[in-house]
Ligand binder design. Structure first.
Ligand code: HEC
Length: 453
């Protein structure tokens, strides 16, 4: 895209390499965060829905819905640091790395970013409205609120507002974020397949490769959200005080079941996505990274099943890092696919940089440094060649000892040391010449001296 090309600078090959590394890091942060965020959002809304059915699990379900939503949304700074900032960084780096390639990938990513940030905003409303309603119901059921008090009526009003916000925001937040993520997957997929660079973009949204990747990413999101829930509630800091053993057992079983089944779905769809890897991004690292991701996912599933069977939550301390590692290697594999397919373009940008640098240097005129000129301006006031002055000795007297060693003469000029302390007690002041100037004047002096021998 032309607008984006104006944003890029011609950088050297080593800088481009560094950008690839930064891209990997940004994508890792982004996908793990988004996975937990979106997964917990989807789980929270679906538990909420289930709780409306008023089964005997309703209480547990609505509690789980709230706790899911609280996983990582406690501070909006997290959203910036792990969601929006890495996403923006990814876009900027893609713009730079694909400069001049004529791919729509950065545009698609930017499109996704808009939806994604809107989804985050809605998620924020969803969470806070739910929290407030929960709190309001609690207060109402436990205390008599004086009817005539204005605070009672304004709290009621606020509660009604929150209820109307709540009813749909959860759904829309999920929708927006999934759509944003879909564009993200499509954008990165386009970037890693040069045959799509000049193709119609909309079509790419509906390719099989994007479908497989999207399903596997959603499954991974559910899995990592459930795993984070288990990790934070049952392991972190000695575990959470549930106060209700019934709920505790239910929540443990529920989240482990979700994690186990979703990692399994992930393995299937991620495996399928490998069968449609574009030819241009074929490399041993792509498959190696993917294989590791699958191996880690496989071990993690087994651990989650073990948690379900044995009811022992302690396995989560291995299962959780494995799920994170699964994300890491998936990202590395994807990133490598992009790097391989973008090699030519990076080489072209680096080549342009070299040419640019070379022409810059040739534009600078190399000025000859004139030794005689320097002597006249900087030395002649004190030194003459054939006669001694009050100010300084004649060159005829002092230069011969440097005849065989020009470097020693240069060193002296650059940094004069005391020689004849009797006649010149304060020595020679440092003329403060630059290296090449001292060399030029030294050579001039020695050349000129020959005339006086
Ligand atoms: C302000 C006066 C002054 C100026 C200007 C000056 N010199 Fe000297 N120069 C001296 C004096 C005084 C000595 C003797 C110092 C001593 O013997 O310690 C000296 C000594 C020297 C010596 C002899 C060193 C030795 O080993 O005996 C050289 C060579 C020399 N100057 C080169 C230069 C050059 C080249 C410049 C110009 C870039 C320069 N000087 C500018 C005052 C000056």
């Amino acid at each position: 895209m032309d607008i984006f090309d104006n944003l890029t600078i011609i950088v050297s090959g080593s800088h481009l390499e560094m950008l690839n590394t930064l891209l990997t890091i940004a994508q890792f942060l982004f996908t793990v965060f988004t996975g937990i965020m979106l997964g917990s959002l989807m789980l929270s809304t679906s538990f909420k829905r289930q709780s409306f059915k008023k089964s005997n699990e309703s209480n547990y379900q609505s509690r789980m819905s709230l706790e899911m939503m609280d996983l990582i949304t406690s501070s909006p700074t997290t959203w910036f640091g792990f969601g929006l900032v890495p996403f923006l960084a990814i876009i900027v780096i893609y713009i730079q790395l694909t400069a001049g390639a004529g791919t729509t990938a950065p545009g698609v990513l930017l499109f996704g970013f808009l939806f994604y940030s809107f989804g985050l905003l809605l998620a924020y409303f969803y969470k806070n409205s739910n929290r407030f309603i929960e709190f309001y119901d609690f207060v109402k059921s436990n205390a008599d609120m004086p009817k005539e008090d204005y605070r009672t009526s304004s709290a009621e009003q606020y509660n009604n507002q929150m209820t109307s916000i709540k009813s749909n925001t959860g759904f829309w937040a999920v929708f927006m974020m999934i759509f944003g993520l879909w564009a993200f997957v499509t954008g990165t997929h386009i970037a890693s397949d040069p045959t799509l660079w000049s193709d119609a973009t909309i079509v790419s949204f509906f390719t099989l490769a994007v479908f497989y990747k999207m399903v596997s990413l959603l499954a991974a999101s559910f899995a990592v959200a459930a795993a984070t829930f288990l990790y934070l509630k049952f392991h972190w800091d000695g575990g959470f005080d549930f106060k209700d053993e019934g709920y505790k057992a239910w929540a443990k079983n529920k989240s482990a079941t979700i994690a186990a089944s979703c990692v399994s779905v992930y393995i299937i769809f991620y495996g399928l996505s490998l069968s449609v890897i574009p030819e241009a991004s074929n490399s041993a690292y792509v498959y190696g990274g993917a294989a590791l991701a699958i191996v880690f996912a496989f071990i993690a599933t087994n651990l989650f099943y073990t948690i379900i069977k044995t009811k022992k939550s302690s396995y989560i301390r291995f299962a959780f890092p494995l799920v994170i590692a699964m994300f890491l290697f998936m990202v590395c594999s994807n990133q490598n696919a992009f790097e391989v397919s973008n090699t030519d373009n990076v080489a072209r940008i680096a080549g342009e940089h070299k040419v640019k640098m070379a022409s810059l240097y040739s534009e600078v005129e190399v000025v000859e440094i004139d030794g005689e000129e320097i002597y006249k301006i900087r030395c002649a006031a004190c030194h003459k060649f054939d006669e001694k002055q009050v100010m300084a000795p004649s060159y005829k007297d002092v230069l011969p000892k440097y005849d065989s060693d020009t470097q020693a003469l240069i060193d002296y000029i650059l940094n004069p040391s005391a020689v004849d302390t009797e006649n010149y007690p304060s020595g020679m002041a440092n003329p403060a010449l630059k290296g090449p100037e001292a060399k030029a004047v030294a050579e001039y002096l020695q050349e000129e001296m020959k005339k006086y021998n």
